[in-house]
Design a protein. Sequence first.
Length: 175
Amino acid sequence: MSAVRRAVARRARSKLLSRAEAARAVRAAQKRGERIVFTNGCFDLLHVGHVRSLEQARALGDRLLVAVNRDAEVRRQKGRGRPIVGERHRAEVLAALECVDWVVLFREPTPLATIRALRPDVLAKGGDWRLAAIAGRAEVEGRGGRVVRLREVPGARTSALLERAKRSGLQRRRS
């Protein structure tokens, strides 16, 4: 691996933070007057819908922090066979995106504890979420922050990709 590739890989991994490290990074950025945007999800099989949502979220502030569900919680929410990609790899791929400043893993069913610990200025969620169902909404709005539903990218869903891959595999076997 070239020195440049190693440096890029290190840079992505340096964006992976514990909750405590993320809290310190957020506080320091807020003291500098930076607006922190928080979003979360499974991010299994990163696709264009994820990328566009993350870019849109980043445009809402100065820093973007992405909280990623740990494997056990993804399995609980999505079922057997998920996640396709393990938590550390999902986090590192997200961290490699230019629009993402920090990534933190969380194990709870919702990111509420993480939101409470990090105290972001903006909470951004996919447009498929009802405003009332967004975990952390009351906490963020209660501190004067805002909650934003991001635009959806039609047809860009991990479940749709997996279904298409399954159908493609079945069609090849029948041929």
